[in-house]
Design a protein around this ligand. Structure first.
Ligand code: ARG
Length: 474
């Protein structure tokens, strides 16, 4: 079971979610190629206190208004407008008599309560908010060629019905106890700065449940109902302590038996050129869609210039594959827990450990294949290994299986990237030492062509495990 992507409703999918999405999808694709049955879970943030303010804002602007439509196109703008209204109202009421008023902030707070108590009208508007956000997520997933669909959505709200039982069961079993009015688990080995045992709060003193409670319920569901025997959480590194405590608590409760492996695949940050977390100048997080569109547009201008001979539709597809592939590959080729700097020029460069370099290697072999076919040359059934460069390439090809296995075992797509890069380099050395179409010895030529075709297959298969397309021509 792989928990990945997990953006939040009515908030922009920021570049942080780009990484959890891209790395998670590559892990899923790799595990499937290795023959595992993989369950994808998109644990979207679709519940909690912000929904009071979001619902009230949606009611004020009108559910059919242009502002409401922002939820599908620029959800962050919608969120920030609601947030600004809330903050202003709160400042004003704190200056006033402090009475529970009819201002926006008070209404938002009341709305959370009515939503949580199951008020049908609040639920209807909430459903609408979630629906519009899903459309936004899926536009991004389509753009990214990510395999997530609606059926993989299992948002925080889907565990609402289980939270009471989670608390009751843990309390009955003596795993959780009341501390300062809140129900907490104190998993062994977690000590706070004050040298006191660190609590995982599962029911606040006001009776509310939080993020941790939902994750405990999710583990129980994933093990008992979904039958997971291996669970990976592809989530930001900042949540490390949260997951360690959730895993330790559910181990103590017996909900996560020792036979089930659970791992937090820690995701580092995407940085801007200033070395800080990537943001726009105004300080808000950068629009992911705008970033992706820019990558595709840049690739498009290059391909338009280099290959004006290709039909319009093909250039469009190639630009998509290079632009999106370049962004995804730059992300995947960095160790998932390291930070990296978002640099479009480097991502789209034709040299170095980049998607375009590998895509070009594939396109080049395919072009050799097309020329061979036109000349009636067919590949031998098995490659010929005579000189050093051929031997080096053949040995590199044999490393594909073990590399994929290691990537699936340790959740490390960057090792697949490093492998594919060195394979493409081995191909270049081979091709310099052992010409194919110019070779007059028929058997040698057919044996080398076989080696080239095997290289193409491994490169394409490897890129597919990363979720990167390989165009026919470039
Ligand atoms: N929505 C959360 C965030 O944006 C990530 C959820 C990760 N998955 C989980 N089971 N907690 O930070």
């Amino acid at each position: 079971m792989v928990d990945y992507s997990a953006p939040n409703v009515a908030k922009e999918m920021h570049v942080g979610h780009l990484r959890t999405t891209v790395v998670g999808d590559s892990i899923v694709r790799t595990l499937e190629k290795l023959g595992h049955t993989v369950i994808r879970q998109n644990h979207i943030g679709d519940w909690g206190t912000p929904f009071g303010m979001l619902i009230e804002h949606l009611l004020e602007v009108g559910e059919e208004s242009a502002e409401a439509d922002l939820l599908r196109t620029d959800p962050n703008a919608f969120y920030q407008a609601a947030r600004a209204k809330f903050d202003t109202a709160e400042q004003e009421s704190s200056r006033g008599a402090g009475l529970e008023g009819s201002d926006f902030a008070s209404r938002a707070r009341r709305r959370v309560a009515t939503l949580q108590s199951g008020d049908p009208e609040s639920l209807r508007i909430w459903t609408n908010l979630v629906e519009l956000s899903k459309q936004y997520f899926h536009r991004i997933y389509d753009m990214l060629d990510v395999t997530l669909t609606d059926e993989h959505l299992a948002g925080e709200s889907s565990y609402n019905g289980q939270l009471e039982a989670v608390c009751a069961d843990l309390e009955t079993d003596g795993i959780a106890k009341i501390s300062d009015g809140a129900l907490c688990v104190f998993p062994a080995g977690f000590i706070g700065r004050d040298e006191e045992p660190l609590p995982l709060i599962i029911r606040k003193s006001d009776g509310g449940y939080g993020y941790a409670t939902t994750d405990l319920a999710a583990i129980r569901h994933r093990v008992d109902t979904l039958g997971a025997d291996r669970i990976a959480y592809v989530v930001g590194a900042a949540q490390e302590l949260h997951f360690q405590m959730v895993f330790a608590s559910t181990r103590e409760a017996g909900w996560l038996p020792e036979t089930v492996e659970a791992q937090h695949v820690k995701i580092g940050s995407v940085l801007g050129e200033d070395g800080k977390i990537l943001r726009t100048r105004s300080g808000s997080s950068l629009r992911l869609m705008a970033l992706l569109e820019e990558a595709v547009a840049t690739a498009r201008s290059v391909i338009d210039e280099l290959r004006p001979d290709l039909p319009e539709a093909e250039r469009e597809q190639i630009a998509h594959d290079i632009g999106i592939g370049g962004v995804k590959y730059a992300d995947l080729s960095t160790a998932h827990d390291s930070d990296y700097t978002f640099d479009l020029d480097r991502m789209l460069a034709l040299t170095g450990n980049t998607a375009p370099y590998l895509q070009y290697a594939v396109a080049r072999i395919r072009s050799i294949g097309r020329k061979a076919a036109a000349q009636g040359i067919t590949a031998a059934a098995a490659p010929r290994v005579e000189n050093d460069a051929e031997r080096a390439l053949a040995l590199a090809l044999l490393e594909f299986g073990p590399t994929l296995t290691a990537v699936g075992a340790d959740y490390e797509p960057h090792r697949l990237c490093a492998y594919l890069f060195s394979l493409a380099q081995a191909f270049t050395s081979f091709y310099e030492a052992s010409p194919i179409l110019k070779e007059s010895d028929e058997e040698l030529r057919a044996g080398r062509l076989a080696l080239a075709e095997l290289t193409e297959r491994v490169l394409v298969e490897g890129l597919d495990a990363l979720g990167v397309n390989a165009p026919q021509q470039m």
